[in-house]
Design a protein around this ligand. Structure first.
Ligand SMILES: [Zn+2]
Length: 141
């Protein structure tokens, strides 16, 4: 019995770790293992990336989902709805975070979550659907 002189270590499939036979340089048993391996790498990378995202990104996403539930995009210009802060808070809405802000002609501050914008009152928030308020290049006349 002659011992095989291997220049590389005994190769294993990178995904399922089964021993590989055949040509050297082979890294996977089959295309499924290769695809599974690559998607595992991608999901690990994505999970690491998500850890880097500050809480504020998650909060804004969550705010957006909550506001979608109110169907604010049905509001036409100068139509508003007022929602109690407690109600919004109980749903997890956090009005500290926004994607844009603008001051209107009455000197009211509007904060936006994309195209949904609100003005803060003592007990409630007044919402409108105003894509222009979220624009960073917005200057009112
Ligand atoms: Zn494999």
């Amino acid at each position: 019995m002659s011992q095989q002189t291997a220049t590389t270590e005994k190769t294993q499939c990178r995904y399922c770790e089964k021993e590989l036979h055949g040509r050297t340089g082979k890294m996977f048993c089959n295309v499924d293992c290769k695809n599974n391996y690559n998607s595992r790498i991608r999901s690990v990378k994505r999970a690491e990336e998500n850890k880097l995202f500050p809480e504020v990104i998650k909060t804004i996403k969550n705010n957006y989902r909550i506001l979608l539930g109110y169907n604010l995009s049905r509001l036409t210009e100068n139509e508003y709805i007022t929602i109690n802060k407690d109600e919004l808070r109980s749903k997890g809405f956090d009005h500290r975070y926004c994607t844009g802000a603008s001051i209107d002609t009455e000197q009211k501050l509007w904060k936006c979550c994309f195209t949904f914008c609100w003005h803060e009152n003592e007990e409630s928030l007044t919402f409108t659907h105003a894509p222009h308020l979220n624009s960073k290049n917005h200057f009112h006349q």
